[in-house]
Design a protein around this ligand. Sequence first.
Ligand code: ADP
Length: 344
Amino acid sequence: MVRTIDPGTDGTVGVTVTLTTAGCPIRGHFQSAVRDAVMSLDGVRAVNVSFDVMDDAQKAALRQTLGRTELPEGALARVQNIVCIGSGKGGVGKSTLTVNLAAALAAEGRKVGVLDADVWGYSIPRMLGLAADRPAVSAERKIVPLQAGGISVMSIGFFVEEDAAVVWRGPMLHKALKQFLEDVDWGELDFLLIDLPPGTGDVSMTLAQLLPQASFVITTTPQAAAQRVARRAAEMAHKVSLEISGVIENMTGFVTPDGERYAIFGEGGGQALADELDVPLLAKVPITMALREQSDAGVPLVVHDPDDPAAQAIRLAARGLIALAPPPRVAERQPVGMALPMAG
Ligand code: ADP
């Protein structure tokens, strides 16, 4: 937030930026972004950028202005885009799409993290070949995500015995998710993809509360019945004011080696849902044996065989996410002429 702008008399402009926390990890970015933006104005010869820190009352006022319960400080301060991958029901390929989208974004040169928030049905560790690994804790007492093909990964599956039934409810669940967002050293990321549990339960609501800046991608199969269930996930997103970026249709037909196509799960559900929500259909991902095999083998198909038809469709969806992402936050901030929430 810009607290004061002092135009001076000799072309030297003083700008005071108020940070939410003294150790703000993007302080340096603010400094250069403010300096560059002000220097580009006519008549400006020098810019002095200084910083102060909000007190608790000011932070509370800002949270209210932004309609947030938490500010993205610390671990998430350097994450540009948070995308929740949701579905109306289980088994539609949400986790498979999440890991492959992450790998496709990484292949496009983006820094990517995956948070497996499917706390009851976590499958991301296995799909990324990390099932036997355990994360370390840094000197700053942050959990260090595991790495798989350049993707930072965090899952409840790293902390519990395989196949253990995890009973997460209410406050405990809220606390665990909060910890995954705040106590994990996510570092600088272009995209953090969050694999939600199916449906519209506790986790989705908690995350929506913690992450009002997140957007939603809804996955569905082509069946009309699946599309109707997926719409409930969309309604939940709307209710908690999360933006829906698009729809991905999965299991769109199967083509035999002889070229014969079977619409195993019907046709058209993804497009119908996208039209109804007035968002883009990011991809139609066909059923391929290789996509299932690679999920089981722990190496995303888009890495193993980027030319497989399912991999191609997922790469298209990843490019769609890149195109839909707003420009980087820091570059976007314009100190001159912006509203000063602190003044109100
Ligand atoms: P969800 O996360 O929605 O419960 P998963 O990603 O675990 O679903 O997928 C369920 C199963 O379907 C997995 O075995 C996965 O490998 C397989 N699968 C998902 N999408 C496809 C596809 N397009 N082609 C072939 N198999 C798929």
